[in-house]
Design a protein around this ligand. Structure first.
Ligand code: ACM
Length: 525
């Protein structure tokens, strides 16, 4: 009954008339169009209801089309577990003038196919989804071109990290951000919830973490106080919202460095008894880090217990990067720990600390995720986020870590997008669109055993200088489209990407995303 040709060979180029982002594996455009009206029914086979509900949730506000359940279709969503070639997230989509058939082996594949269906419709179909505006029917009505698409991702981990510690974003914005990820078939939102500058995760056992650690007096000399924290209910609601879109949310709680907001809330967690600190007002690497006495480990375990209670996913990110040893070198408690654990010196405390945390996460049934500064410092159970050079990712992979590639030169979206001095302030340097597109998560010259360890790649949005959703979206787009393409597609073709992006920009515009555009490169207020 179902004939699904899930080839991994790129088919004819998806022409500019489709402009699909990310690029599907194989697309054939056929004559004719499929038109939708208010009677068009949607048949969801067993296990396909979530995807049908998502299509309605996304399309009905934008188009006014109710897509009523109808056992006769003409739109049909089917789960076909036998179609193993489609993998966990692949799908096959056939649009003919009289019917639409979406097939996947797993529910997530149907969710990815729903996003392709959205992109095949006129851009107005995306307009009200995020903005709440009234449906506006395009002059030619609601229709899509006839196509045959078979598609599946290159990498299982396709993500974006959002730093809500330096500048808090309300959960309403996080939902929009999840929608934008899902549109691009990105499947991980990594929430950077704590840092020197702020603590956003509510922990019932330690209320001062958000009460005191959630406020700072200014940022980078701007003189503007800043604060914010999530409630547990907000986070739980966000997780459900993201799950309906096939996006998992990974929490990050930074330790033992990048923890000054926690030290401000609970000075006893530090290395210098009697010293009171405030959440940091600057950007960089802060010398103040967590102590290594028993009370600190008890604190970290209690925090992670609550984090694991809220976030159901397998991964918990515990930071691990940029931890200066200066305070440990001077601390009698750190010296006592070095002696008790027979460690070689203060530098070895870092691995020891993360090892204790890793053991606790294992007891909770979770997997530790950490930034790697050097490729060789994380305990064995860690999955490594390689943020410095790609070669650090290779080194970590060769040591047996699973690796997610996040090299700053091609995935840090807080770098300006051009050298124009009028670009919004960012880190020193430039990451232009082409640089983002040239991110190669598993370079061809790597050993096969290293390349096999690459789970995928993700973008990083650090926010010391980006305060508002508009500023975030200017930084994210269109570079996040490039990252989505490099994470999803095996095919590399810069001119083809540029053509598809030209079309895709009309969708971003319909969604109210004001990214950087070639015509008007700078953020307008
Ligand atoms: C990092 O940029 N320190 C992960």
């Amino acid at each position: 009954m179902l004939s699904v040709a899930a080839t991994r060979h790129p088919g004819p180029r998806p022409g500019p008339e489709l402009g699909l982002v990310p690029r599907p594996d194989s697309v054939t455009v056929q004559p004719g169009r499929f038109a939708l009206d208010h009677r068009t029914g949607l048949r969801a086979g067993p296990g396909a209801q979530t995807a049908a509900a998502l299509l309605r949730e996304l399309l009905t506000p934008a188009t006014g089309l109710p897509l009523p359940p109808d056992s006769a279709g003409p739109i049909t969503f089917l789960l076909a577990p036998g179609e193993e070639a489609l993998g966990a997230e692949g799908y096959a989509l056939t649009v003919r003038p009289e019917a639409v058939l979406l097939v996947a082996a797993r529910p997530d594949g149907l969710l990815r196919g729903v996003q392709t269906l959205r992109q095949l419709l006129p851009p107005e179909a995306l307009a009200a989804a995020a903005g709440g505006a009234q449906p506006r029917t395009p002059a030619a009505g609601w229709s899509m071109p006839c196509v045959r698409i078979t598609d599946r991702p290159r990498f299982a981990w396709r993500g974006a990290m959002l730093d809500v510690a330096r500048h808090f974003q309300p959960v309403t914005y996080l939902r929009r951000f999840v929608d934008l990820l899902a549109l691009h078939k990105l499947n991980v939102l990594h929430l950077h919830l704590t840092d020197d500058q702020g603590w956003r995760m509510p922990i019932a056992a330690y209320p001062r973490l958000t009460g005191i650690g959630g406020r700072r007096t200014e940022s980078a000399g701007d003189g503007i106080p800043h604060q914010g924290a999530y409630t547990r209910a907000e986070l739980t609601g966000l997780l459900a919202y993201a799950a309906r879109r096939g996006v998992s949310v990974v929490p990050e709680i930074e330790m033992p460095g990048h923890a000054r907001a926690a030290l401000a809330a609970y000075p006893r967690l530090g290395n210098r008894p009697g010293v009171r600190l405030e959440p940091w007002t600057r950007w960089g690497v802060c010398e103040n880090v967590l102590g290594v006495h028993d009370g600190v480990l008890d604190f970290c375990r209690a925090v992670l217990d609550e984090v694991a209670d809220v976030f159901p996913g397998p991964y918990v990110h515990v930071g691990g990067d940029e931890c200066p040893r200066t305070e440990w070198e001077r601390s009698p408690a750190a010296r006592a720990r070095i002696a008790a654990e027979a460690l070689s010196g203060p530098a070895a405390l870092h691995g020891w600390f993360l090892g204790e945390i890793s053991a606790h996460l294992a007891r909770l049934g979770r997997r530790p995720l950490g930034w790697t500064d050097t490729g060789d410092e994380l305990p064995p159970a860690f999955t490594a986020l390689a943020w410095r050079d790609a070669e650090h990712g290779r080194a970590a992979a060769l040591r047996g870590h699973d690796v997610i590639m996040a090299p700053y030169r091609s995935t840090y979206l807080d770098y300006p997008q051009s050298a124009d001095p009028a670009e919004p302030r960012g880190q020193d340097g430039v990451l232009d669109l082409r640089g983002a597109y040239e991110n190669e998560p598993a370079p061809a010259h790597w050993e096969p055993e290293a390349a096999r360890r690459v789970l995928g790649t993700q973008a990083q949005l650090w926010t010391e200088y980006a305060r508002t959703p508009a500023e975030l979206e200017y930084l994210a787009f269109p570079r996040l489209c490039a990252l989505a393409d490099t994470a999803w597609s095996t095919h590399r073709d810069w001119p083809d990407f540029r053509r598809r992006l030209d079309h895709h920009r009309t969708r971003l515009a319909a969604l109210g995303v004001r990214g950087r555009s070639p015509q008007s490169p700078l953020l307008t207020p």
